[in-house]
Design a protein around this ligand. Structure first.
Ligand code: HEM
Length: 475
């Protein structure tokens, strides 16, 4: 154990030059330990040891077969303030109740109605690219910021529907708060840091108050109009409407029971719950989806033969149509494979943590209550034992027969997590990514800018440390 502590993953990663692509070194440490200690071993993260588990069969036990024996661990308080007390962090019955109410927003049929709106956002942005093109018909774009704006637009519509304009302002404030929080997150290990009235903390507190006040105002307005307001056709089941309807129904149910003791719903939805869920959806959806889009664009720029193959498919399926329809998107198999391969090589969420709720047996080990388990998504996705000798290479063809047959074990691919707490926004993320990349392929060819530095880095999520400048040329 002492030997492992001396190899502390974080310390090793920090001692590497910042401009370096640290991924191969971190992964080689990991695979080295796996060779010596097997698929379960302890790694110290600061003072906390975590049992790292990479055997897909055991991962299945944790997320599916014995999921009731594990719970999510709590995010540090500073992160929790930004991510909201919503689905990401709730537990037990309250989590189940919220998940049931919110789920229809992300149902495929509901999301398909949003395709024209998503295409419109893309179209407007791409026209600007064309306008910026120089005489030689090319333009350099730093795509990670650009994709973030695009994703913000779509998530705001899914959350607020007809109140989109007001929602946009609120999420802009949350974006600002995230920037301050991301900086403060690096100091999260300084005890009491979040209570210190530093300039950044004070700004963050002010933003938090403003976000809450604006959301409560919006909720109040919707509550008054609920039932008579005509909702946007783009997203009839927007998250705000579904949560407000549920909260109104629950308070009506409660007041219709004569004896207060005969009915009480401990998890009835309150205005505060709606506020927290809106914050959570924005936090959980924005950077994850924009990272997927960014890494996919980078990979296609690095692999022109796949870019060409994907473009050929998009042009063939869409014909003369400027924007793909929902039926077109369903037919884009190569693009689907490329997105999966991008999620495999650069999963935005690199790991998931769970805590044992009770003493138990797992994989021949006696696990004590409270033990933290770390499922290293990134390492599992790069494991040659599961993905063959070309595990570190970009090869979308491995997904040709579907996700279940891509690796040696069907549970080896889990960019969206697994089991009951699987990502609720998966369909939205994939739909948006497919549409955005297809529309770019229809209009431009692209390559990496000479200034691009390949430096995948983890700060909460796996992102390109120096951004992703890409040069686009009109077709
Ligand atoms: C949960 C990844 C997009 C909302 C998760 C989890 C992962 C994940 C790994 C499971 C966490 C755990 O089990 O501890 C991703 C990736 C995305 C993405 C890779 C994009 C490429 C989105 C979007 C939204 C969203 C677009 C919403 C608009 C959520 C929420 C949860 C979650 C609310 C918590 C679900 C629950 O516990 O019930 N996501 N996500 N995600 N995600 Fe995503």
């Amino acid at each position: 154990l002492k030997e492992l502590a001396s190899l502390n993953l974080i310390a090793s990663a920090q001692s590497m030059p910042q401009s370096h692509n640290i991924l191969p070194r971190v992964l080689s440490f990991y695979h080295h330990w796996k060779k010596i200690y097997g698929s379960m071993f302890l790694v110290w993260f600061g003072p906390t040891p975590r049992l790292t588990i990479s055997d897909p069969a055991l991962i299945r036990e944790i997320f599916v077969l014995k999921s009731e024996l594990f719970e999510k661990n709590e995010s540090p308080p500073l992160v929790r303030k930004i991510e909201g007390d919503g689905l990401l962090s709730l537990k037990g019955e309250k989590w189940a109740h919220h998940r049931k109410i919110i789920q229809p927003t992300f149902h495929t049929e509901n999301l398909k109605l949003m395709i024209p709106m998503m295409a419109k956002s893309m179209e407007e942005a791409l026209v600007k690219w064309s306008e910026k093109m120089s005489n030689c018909g090319k333009v350099e774009i730093e795509v990670s910021n650009w994709f973030q704006n695009l994703v913000e637009d779509v998530i705001t519509r899914a959350t607020f529907g007809s109140s989109y304009e007001d929602g946009r302002k609120i999420f802009e404030l949350q974006s600002q708060q995230m920037v301050h929080a991301t900086e403060a997150y690096q100091k999260v290990f300084i005890p009491g840091y979040r209570f210190l009235p530093t300039k950044k903390n004070r700004i963050s507190w002010r933003l938090e108050k403003e976000i809450r006040k604006s959301l409560l105002k919006l909720i109040d307005r919707r509550r008054k109009n609920s039932g008579c307001q005509s909702l946007s056709d783009e997203c009839p089941n927007d998250l705000l409407e579904l949560m407000i309807k549920a909260s109104l129904k629950e308070s009506a149910d409660e007041s219709s029971h004569s004896s207060p003791s005969s009915y009480s719903s401990p998890h009835a939805i309150t205005a505060n719950d709606v506020v927290e869920e809106c914050k959570t959806i924005f936090f959980a959806g924005k950077h994850t989806t924009s990272n997927l889009l960014t890494w996919t664009a980078v990979l296609l720029a690095m692999h022109p033969q796949w870019q060409e193959q994907a473009r050929e498919e998009v042009l063939r399926v869409c014909g003369a149509r400027d924007t793909p329809t929902k039926d077109d998107l369903a037919k884009l198999k190569t693009l689907g494979m490329i997105l999966n391969e991008s999620l495999r090589l650069y999963p935005p969420a690199v790991a998931i943590i769970r805590r044992a709720k009770t003493d138990m047996q797992l994989g021949g080990l006696h696990i004590l209550r409270g033990t933290e388990l770390l499922i290293p998504i990134l390492a599992v996705h790069h494991d040659p034992a599961l993905w063959c000798h070309d595990a570190h290479e970009f090869n979308p063809a491995r997904f040709a027969k579907g996700v279940a047959h891509a690796a040696k074990h069907p549970m080896a691919f889990m960019p969206f997590g697994m089991g009951a707490r699987r990502c609720i926004g998966q369909n939205l993320a994939v739909l948006q990514a497919k549409l955005a990349i297809a529309m770019i392929l229809q209009r431009f060819s692209f390559e990496l800018s000479p200034s691009y530095q390949h430096a995948p880095s983890v700060l909460m999520l796996l992102h390109p440390q120096y951004g992703a400048p890409i040069v686009f040329r009109k077709l």
